[in-house]
Design a protein around this ligand. Structure first.
Ligand code: AMP
Length: 285
């Protein structure tokens, strides 16, 4: 396994591999890796000749009051974790990703507006900007993103299609703790008592899914049942919405695939989670 820290070295490496007709797979991350990240790497390991991951905590996707400075980082641990799985770990420096003359911003408009776009203004513009730049450097044939950040995966797909970037995007399922809490680098912030309360986020989403599959079609009813469960455990809901999974618009009927998406504050720790539900498939079937 190779560690590359320089943008130009990464460009040269990918170019050489493309010249040899090698298929390049890519998993961008912000590090502090867990089994969710590793699942994305395993998902494409056998589909590609060269598997590259990046570790880069992108300042452009954090708001001024957010946790950029204290975002968990442990480079050596990350490297040891991925060693058996990947060919290259790309760990660029910020002044190489955004050199002094850097002046481009990439924005997917409509899909960036709802959900996290409302509560984290500027976040998705930061994400698409860095992912576009990383794609330009790594030039992957396939890149993998997690359903955990469902809105992000839709936005990246839209960007790739709109700009004809020629990267195939795959989306891997959400990996969870045994009690259902979605794995996240930010779970490290939770103390024991907060960690216990946090599992109710998944419980709430599961309740919503169950009600829908039992035939409940009143979205307000479903939302209020989920809200009661989640808020009842001293959690603060930032958003909890049921939207069309293809475009994040409000759903007009319950005969489509929907996404139940939540952002919840466990005290001051913000966690997101979601569930894709095929409403046509009822439990009793
Ligand atoms: P991050 O390091 O948080 O930027 O995440 C890097 C990639 O890992 C993103 O595509 C995330 O959606 C994905 N990811 C994060 N958590 C999980 C999880 N629990 N299961 C699957 N993928 C995940």
């Amino acid at each position: 396994m190779k560690i590359i820290r320089k943008v130009q070295e990464m460009i040269d490496f990918s170019e050489t591999n493309h010249q040899q007709d090698k298929l390049i797979g890519f998993v961008p991350t912000m590090g502090f890796l867990h089994q969710g990240h590793l699942s994305l790497m395993k998902l494409i390991r056998d589909q590609v000749d060269v598997l590259i991951i990046s570790i880069y905590v992108n300042p452009k996707q954090f708001g001024p009051q957010e946790d950029f400075k204290k975002y968990p980082r442990d480079e050596q641990r990350d490297i040891n974790l991925v060693k058996p799985l990947v060919d290259v770990v790309f760990i660029p420096e910020s002044d190489d990703i955004y050199p002094p003359r850097y002046d481009t911003f990439v924005q997917v408009e409509e899909l960036s507006k709802p959900l996290c776009g409302k509560s984290r203004p500027g976040h998705f513009g930061g994400v698409t900007t860095v992912v576009a730049r990383l794609f330009g450097i790594v030039k992957p044939d396939i890149a993998v993103f997690g359903q955990k950040d469902y809105q992000q995966s839709l936005i990246i797909k839209r960007m790739v299609e709109d700009l004809n970037l020629g990267v195939k995007i795959q989306v891997g399922p959400i990996i969870r703790e045994p009690d259902g809490l979605a794995l996240s680098s930010r779970n490290i912030y939770l103390d024991e008592q907060q960690r216990k309360r946090a599992q109710e986020i998944n419980q709430g989403l599961a309740l919503g899914e169950k009600l829908m599959k039992q035939g409940e079609t009143d979205i307000d009813q479903i939302i209020s049942a989920m809200t009661e469960l989640i808020s009842g455990h001293d959690l603060n809901i930032e958003y909890l919405e049921i939207l069309d999974s293809s475009n994040l618009q409000e759903v007009s009927s319950m005969t489509e695939q929907v996404i139940i998406a939540a952002a919840v504050l466990v005290d001051n720790i913000r966690l997101i989670d979601n569930r894709l539900v095929d409403v046509d498939r009822k439990l009793e079937e």
